[in-house]
Ligand binder design. Structure first.
Ligand code: 6PG
Length: 466
């Protein structure tokens, strides 16, 4: 009997949480997983939600269990698995049935899949918030034809996080627009996490603080301008104790970060768009170097170095200020990249709406986002670092960022994301830069020509040959 309002394929951590969320919001959801025992135990463990979950054991059964026109969410690993799943599913579907890829797809793949689908309904949606978000309210960034989004918007809005009652689920634009916005979200996530880790490093190595004390500092900051999910969980991570050894968890965890690639995609795309995101680049670089533990250990022995204790000049208030400035610059770079993509791809990405959709549910949710939504609402084309409130924060805090970066550098403490944020800030507030030298060099070796201050273009220097 075709009774389910929606279907879902892939009952991994995120898929299972999303299916439970859908059922919890009163919708009947048909579910399928390649391994039938996973489907069975998911249903068996669903408690009172089980009555709205329809377990199925084949794609045919899944399709038969969903009311027409069907909508089926794919929660399978990004990449080839998505193409394989679409190829297996399409022949079983009617021309009005909608496939929704809700994984962390590369937006180029989503663009391709949307084009390949032709007139067959397809959406690519970015879902953020980790397992808890998927279960109790993620932030959802939709991409594809608006009419397809509208067909399922009531379900996606119902399951999404809410900011003062407003659903954090929004259509971003055609094709891969939703997955693009999700990628930039993840880029900002990487940069924000990295800056927090750098400040943790200064407290640990420079100021000699214990993990629990660092946790208290983060918890305190979470009451102020920095209030955000990432600061909150950083405090909890720092305060946690390993049940096995009794040591702080941070003393047990190896200092080599993993990554699935979304941050790297953001950086690569930013380069294509000529939209600099140096804080995100630094964060990706730092993750890559973090995994080279053997080399780093050899380097410490060779250069008899490593971080040195800081005897003065940095206090906790200064670190908080540096992080405020750094965080604003992360977001500013991310939004500037979205703005560039909007133009390049002809997507008309709704920048204020993006800030709104990130206010709850997602990993980079933060108290700043509401004000960012307002600032972008006033002028979506303006870099956030120039917008009233954020310019004021930067005026007040860039000195702290500068001191922290300088003192970290003079004590051998690597702070690549904070330093790159500072360099971005300084570059963006320098009217007369140094690229005249670059232009001179280019003209010298390649007769590339330059523009003079008097407005004449295509000029050459006296060094030109012949
Ligand atoms: C989210 C997260 C989520 C996940 C990514 C990033 O918004 O919920 O971004 O999508 O954490 O997979 O993970 P990596 O750090 O492994 O790249």
């Amino acid at each position: 009997m075709s009774t389910a309002e929606i279907g879902l394929i892939g009952l991994g951590t995120m898929g299972a949480a999303l299916a439970s969320n859908i059922a919890d919001n009163g919708f009947r959801v048909a579910v399928f997983n390649r391994t039938t025992s996973v489907t069975q135990s998911f249903h068996a463990d669903a408690g009172e939600l089980a009555e709205r979950i329809v377990p199925t054991e084949s794609l045919e059964d899944l399709v038969a269990a969903i009311a027409e026109p069907r909508a089926i969410i794919l929660m399978v690993p990004a990449g080839e698995a998505v193409d394989a799943q679409i190829a297996a599913l399409r022949p079983l579907l009617g021309p009005d049935d909608l496939i929704i890829d809700a994984g962390n797809a590369n937006f180029h793949d989503t663009n391709r899949r949307a084009r390949d689908a032709g007139d067959l309904p397809f959406l690519g949606i970015g879902v953020s918030g980790g397992e808890e978000g998927a279960r109790f309210g993620p932030s959802i960034m939709g991409g594809g034809k608006r009419a397809y989004w509208d067909r399922v918007a009531h379900i996606l809005e119902a399951i999404s996080a809410k900011h003062e009652g407003t659903p954090c689920a929004t259509w971003m634009g055609e094709e891969g627009a939703g997955h693009f916005v999700k990628a930039v979200h993840n880029g900002i996530e990487y940069a924000d996490m990295q800056m927090i880790a750098e400040v943790y490093g200064i407290m640990r190595d420079g100021l000699g603080m214990e993990a629990a004390g660092i946790g208290d500092v983060f918890a305190g900051w979470n009451e102020g301008v920095l209030q955000s999910y990432l600061i909150e969980i950083s405090g909890k991570v720092a305060k946690a104790t390993d049940p096995e050894s009794g040591d702080p968890m941070l003393e047990v965890i190896v200092d080599a970060a993993g990554q699935k690639g979304t941050g790297r995609w953001t950086v690569i795309e930013a380069q294509h768009l000529a939209a600099p995101v140096p804080a995100i680049e630094a964060a990706v670089m730092a993750r890559n170097l973090s995994s080279r533990r053997e080399e780093r250990t050899a380097g410490e022995a060779l250069f008899s170095a490593g971080p040195r204790a800081i005897s003065g000049g940095v206090d906790l208030e200064m670190l908080e200020g540096a992080l405020i400035a750094g965080k604003i610059l992360c977001y500013a770079q991310g939004f500037a990249m979205i703005s560039a993509a909007s133009e390049e791809f002809g997507w008309a990405l709704p920048l204020p709406e993006i800030a709104k959709v990130w206010r709850e549910g997602c990993i980079i949710r933060s108290a700043m986002l509401d004000d960012m939504a307002s600032a972008l609402g006033e002028d979506a084309g303006r870099n956030l670092m120039f917008a009233g409130l954020f310019a004021d924060h930067l005026k007040a805090q860039h000195g702290a960022l500068r001191e922290v970066v300088a003192i970290a550098a003079s004590h051998g403490i690597a702070v690549p994301a904070l330093a790159s944020g500072l360099a971005y800030f300084d570059t963006m507030r320098t009217s007369r830069g140094t690229a005249n030298m670059i232009q001179g060099q280019r003209d010298f070796f390649g007769a590339h020509g330059f523009e003079r201050f008097d407005g004449r273009t295509g000029q050459h220097g006296p060094w030109a040959m012949g």
